[in-house]
Design a protein. Sequence first.
Length: 265
Amino acid sequence: MQIQPHPALAHFVRHYLVLEERLAVNWHHRLFTDGNTGLVFNLGNASLHISNGTPSYHSAWLYGQINNYHDLSLSGDIKWIIVVFQPYGAHHFWGVPAEEWRDSFFPAHEMLGASINAVAARLLEEQQLSQQIRLIDTFLLRQLEKSMCPEAVVMQAVEEITKHDGTLPIEALLRTLSVNERTLERKFKLHTGLTPKQFSGITRLNASAKRVKKMRAVNTLTDIAYESGYFDQAHFIRDFRKYTGFTPHQYQREAHPLALNFLQL
């Protein structure tokens, strides 16, 4: 379930994602890149084991831009509220260069201090989801008061790339923004952890994943490839597998998606 944040946060928080799942035994999940970063409040008893790492339990995690995908092993019950930031949102709130925590998934207190654990503890005390969302809104609004000024050209670039589902050529983007490529790339990487070209590829991939999920018998992968801006089906399938670890048909048949980019294996 997606919930919109307080209107004052909308430029920096895409949405809140609420996930609940009862896990009797260890289950493997796959998280693939969607171009956003996130703050996960763990309100259940789930412990997390990332790829070859050791299992850990924390009340809040942060994750940066994901290069391709991560396989996660979860045990216990999932009850998560995920703050899905705009691609530049976390940098705006806390000023940490986004490249420094790219492809990382780590306890939130390591970056945000003990106060984030206090927020998680208060969330556990609340039984109503509406109250929990209000608490998160309040926390982020307070952080917003201390945050830096947003970088307009980065926000505009993200908006343009997203509006065109990642198919807008970089040259056209530069003309629209009246900026040179070197300046845009430097600012974009600082704020998002990605280059504009990388973010465009991820955006295009996620737009195509939505089309694959909705695919009917009358559609073909070639149709979806062309709709998504690929030159041919082979290029599309290769790109899809690189980012998700699935072929498009495997992804479509996935029986238990918790979100577009988070699936039970």
